[in-house]
Design a protein around this ligand. Structure first.
Ligand code: PRX
Length: 646
């Protein structure tokens, strides 16, 4: 908990902010009344009977009895209000191509695709997997699924065919939507062949719908594969939207847990949209003339809530950008902010630290005066990066909203209200209205100020996940069992609170890594490594990194048990990329002859992680062989010496 200065909300910002004084107190006094008021911001086809029902705890039901259509809330509503001509999306492709789409145009595309998906046999409750870059079509596809009540699951384009296959199989999807290829750091790379590999033999996949992006030739399976353009062309431009129950599933988002199997978190409609919509409006102080840009890839939960459902429900004009932030030059984001007059920029600490390496002259080369608010998500933002963002990007005048949340919570939980909450760089501040968190020890006692404990959500919001797809027990075990007597949700992060009650997030308490704001599971990466013929055992840890927060270091025992082989690291990196995806490649591979294990044979990753972070004095008493750490330490020292070129 660093000793930092406090930044009060800028007075001129506070004077006209959406959320004024007293909102948090009023919500604390009547949380359900607060959420009912926020749900009323949406358009319901049938009002709800109960705001919150926890008879099926830990699965909550919100706005039960109510019916709505999420896509109608994100599109039709704005057209009905005469705002069809307003720009919904300024899309910018990585090669520099651009497209501007109004709400009316987006609405028409969504209706055509809703009809098209129906033609392909997709109905309410069926699953559709999207494996697409950041394209207008990706937004159209999510909205079309919502319109017909299909459950969408977006898979990051940087994941491998294997990772895609797992998600397609786990959801039992009937349609996969993919592109012919995608642009990645200046190059067009093929995608369709990987999709074919991913769906091979999965009989539930009736169709692969293909969006043309790179224009390259693709392998084609007649009868199964369908071109997006051809499907849409033959559809009527109108689709009457049915309504669905508030608890109808909307999407499944996969995230890493503590086993090798990613968890598919299920989010539902009415409660999720209520919290997504209200938090977007409140945290980003969303205004009609804003040009809002959340730079996350659409497949991550951040963009589900703060590109797709939240901002569209508020009728916001957004920028979406397909490519890498550093292509073709490191100022690309600033160029985009200047071009569209972006007012609101929601980014990630790892990117801020990347920009910092280029120095303040990088943002200084652009006109960023349109900005009025900045946001951060994905990991704790270190105070230096917070100040740099505030000063060099925000010109010292923009509030910085550090939002703590998770795939599980569906929307922000701990964050400052920009016109209300004084910020302390590095702290996500306080729980938002209508929710409550605590920092507690194993017995559920609140820790004293400054003392680390487990972050728990004592009063979750309506966007909280309802279950893990196909594995409700895992949902109960992972999150709710540890504090079941109090019905608290265990977030998996350590944290402490200061004298003002501000929350300071520490690291994960489990074996989940956070690399550039992406969650990866140690065990999933270890399983990928040991599936390589040359690897006998592996321990994967996150070592501290100045730019990416953590970097992946893999300690491996080779089957030959032999010496380092200089080709091995590259081979294993490629192997992990093929099994999981390029995001999961270990930065460093260290060959060791032993790993610290408990008597039950469990690898003590914590000791290895402590070593890479330069922490000493970890408890080694439960090790089978206390000398094993010595072998790992000397291999690490040798590795550091050779890799630093000393
Ligand atoms: O460890 C916390 C970190 O990211 C985890 C959630 O990851 P994911 O489900 O992928 O969702 C990321 C985007 C919402 C959390 O358990 N995290 C996220 N935001 C913050 C954060 N840690 C500190 N401060 C944040 N603002």
């Amino acid at each position: 908990m660093p000793d930092v200065e406090t930044y009060p909300p800028p007075p001129e910002f506070a004077a006209r902010a959406h959320v004024g004084p007293g909102v948090r107190e009023a919500a604390d006094a009547d949380p359900l009344g607060f959420w009912a008021e926020q749900a009323a911001r949406l358009q319901w086809d049938r009002p709800w009977d109960t705001v919150h029902d926890d008879r099926d705890w830990p699965t909550a039901r919100w706005f039960d009895g109510g019916r709505l259509n999420v896509a109608v809330n994100c599109l039709d509503r704005h057209l009905d209000a005469g705002r069809g001509g307003k720009v919904a999306l300024h899309w910018e492709g990585e090669p520099g191509d651009r497209r501007t789409v109004t709400y009316a145009q987006l609405h028409e595309q969504v209706q055509r695709l809703a009809n098209g998906l129906t033609e392909l046999g997709v109905g309410p409750g069926d699953r559709v997997v999207l494996y697409l870059p950041v394209l207008v079509e990706t937004v159209v596809a999510t909205m079309a699924c919502a319109r017909i009540g299909a459950v969408v699951s977006l898979v990051f384009g940087g994941f491998s065919a294997d990772a895609l296959r797992f998600r397609v199989a786990d959801t039992g999807a009937t349609v996969v939507v993919a592109s012919d290829g995608q642009f990645r750091r200046g190059a067009a790379v093929p995608v369709k062949a990987a999709v074919d590999e991913a769906v091979a033999g999965l009989d539930h996949v009736a169709h692969v719908l293909v969006v043309r992006r790179t224009g390259d030739d693709v392998p084609w399976t007649a009868g199964r594969d369908v071109w997006w353009d051809e499907l849409l062309e033959r559809q009527p431009a109108e689709h009457p939207a049915p309504s669905f129950p508030a608890e109808h599933p909307l999407f499944i988002v996969y995230t890493s847990g503590t086993t090798g199997r990613p968890k598919g978190l299920v989010h539902t409609s009415g409660g999720y949209l209520t919290q997504a919509s209200w938090t977007h409006w409140a945290l980003f102080d969303a205004r009609d003339d804003d040009v809002y840009w959340c730079q996350a890839d659409l497949a991550w939960v951040t963009a589900h809530t703060y590109v797709l459902y939240g901002p569209l429900s508020n009728g916001t004009t957004q920028v979406i950008y397909e490519g890498s932030p550093l292509t073709p030059h490191p100022g690309r984001h600033f160029e985009v902010i200047e071009r569209y007059g972006v007012t609101t920029y929601y980014t990630a600490p790892t990117l801020v630290r990347t920009f910092m390496k280029h120095g303040p002259q990088l943002p200084a080369g652009y006109d960023l005066t349109s900005l009025r608010l900045l946001g951060s998500v994905g990991e704790a933002i270190n105070p230096e990066a917070w100040r740099w963002l505030h000063e060099h990007v925000g010109g010292g005048r923009c509030p910085v909203v550090d939002t703590w949340w998770q795939s599980e919570t569906g929307a922000a939980v701990v964050a400052p209200l920009p016109g209300q909450t004084p910020s302390k760089p590095g702290s996500a501040t306080l729980a938002l209205p209508g929710m409550a968190v605590a920092v507690v020890d194993e017995d559920g006692r609140e820790t004293k100020p400054g003392v680390e404990g487990n972050l728990v959500i004592t009063r979750p919001g309506p966007a909280m996940a309802r279950t893990v797809w196909g594995d409700h027990d895992r949902f109960v075990r992972s999150y709710w069992a540890p504090y079941a007597d109090r019905r608290w949700y265990l977030a998996g992060d350590s944290a402490s609170r200061d004298e003002d009650g501000y929350v300071w997030i520490g690291g994960r308490i489990d074996d989940v890594l956070n690399v550039s704001g992406h969650r990866l599971s140690s065990i999933e990466l270890e399983s990928a490594l040991v599936s390589h013929p040359r690897v006998a055992e592996a321990a994967v840890v996150g070592a501290p990194d100045d730019v990416t927060g953590q970097r992946i270091v893999a300690f491996v025992i080779t089957r030959a048990g032999g010496d380092d082989d200089s080709g091995l690291a590259e081979e294993l990196r490629a192997h992990v990329a093929a099994r999981v995806g390029a995001v999961a490649k270990p930065r460093e591979v260290v060959v060791v002859t032993d790993l610290p294990k408990t008597r039950s044979g469990k690898i003590m990753r914590r000791l290895v992680a402590d070593m890479t972070a330069g922490r000493t004095g970890g408890d080694t008493t439960s090790l089978t062989d206390p000398a094993s750490m010595g072998a790992v330490e000397s291999a690490w020292t040798e590795h550091r010496r050779t890799s630093s070129g000393a």
